[in-house]
Ligand binder design. Sequence first.
Ligand code: SF4
Ligand code: SF4
Length: 441
Amino acid sequence: MKTFNTGGIHPPESKFTGNSAIEVMPLPAELAIPMNQHLGKPAKPIVKLNDEVKKGQLIGEADGFISANVHASTSGKIKAIKSHPHPGGQYAMTIFITPDGKDEWAEGLDTVAADWKRFSKDEILKKIKDAGIVGMGGAGFPTNVKLSPPPDKKIDTIILNGAECEPFLTADHRLMVESAEQVVIGMEIMASLLPAPVKLAIGVESNKPDAIAALEKFAAPKQIEVVSLKTKYPQGAEKQLINAITGRKVAEGELPFDKGCIVQNIGTAAAVFDAVCRNRPLIERVLTVSGMEITQRKNISARIGTGFKDIIAFCGSMSDKTNQVISGGPMMGKAIFSLDVPVVKTTSGILFINNRSLDKSRERTCIRCGRCVEVCPQGLAPWLLANTAQLKQFDEIQLIGLANCTECGSCTYVCPSGRELVHWIKYAKALVSSRQKRKSA
Ligand code: SF4
Ligand code: SF4
């Protein structure tokens, strides 16, 4: 079985919802749709208070090359445009819609599935851009930009990331099982945009045999290889996935383009199918609701803008013992600061956790055991990065690979001294970046 060649861990999988079919969540009483759900500049609101909008109508326009369109997730009235809590940990400009209950599509959207081969490359790329599709695995990079590599970068491989290596999360798993054909067509559409035929591979961790079987049925006739990967965290990180499937190593400062690869997420491929074949913008997504402190764990399809509170109500209730609600997985997700935050295009899961028993309050001295070095998939010395960050030696820390850390959290997970290694690394990254911004200003 293939895997990456440096480091890695195997936390308890806790994939309780692997066999739970995706449930479509009913329309909530209000939708809060942020203008920044992607990497790059936030979209510009193009609607006003009290405007009537249709489902799929453009309400926020991409602002610049690295940005993405935002659409109304249902029909209704614009109730407010204001700053609002965002699952990324900040406040963001957000458009509130009061649904009219009709859920009526804007004209020309949600058409009968068409054969994508009748569209030119430019038409396909425009449809992907217009639909506001971004990487749905977490990073949120605009997909049309990722599919337009610089002309001097020769791409020979597209990899679809079906690893879903974070514990608890099963949204991609269910999408692969329930919508395998759409995922495979979405991948074919993306490959058609490149100047020459490329190798196509879908990487899936071996703990999802039903997903591998479902994909193989549609992938084999199209010469797409479904690669069974060893179940190991962080198998789904872009650099580790490229290493596992092609054997190539993306070095510090390099991008997948530099190694001839483009990596896309499973949800993104399904969204590309919807945009190109059915004229449907990205207004909903599949996510996993799990953790030990929610009464009903589920995979759900929710409209973008659905409040976390509405999701809690749809999944029973959250226990009194919950002391953390995480947007994303337990390794790389973010603890939210308010239950008012909405689902955005990159919300892969919501976890309800009680971590009081972990006694994270007591960070102890490093005992030089070397475990963090052993598991680091990027070949770094996390203990040294954290020490250097604590000493605020921001010139030195850049020389020992700060930028190369993917914030996977494996080092923190294994540290017997309970050191918050990734926390200190993120702290150093934030300060180095703000110092650089100040310098260039
Ligand atoms: S968080 Fe960074 S330093 Fe820690 S194991 Fe992951 S890549 Fe290595
Ligand atoms: S795992 Fe923790 S205790 Fe061990 S070397 Fe790394 S920082 Fe030190």
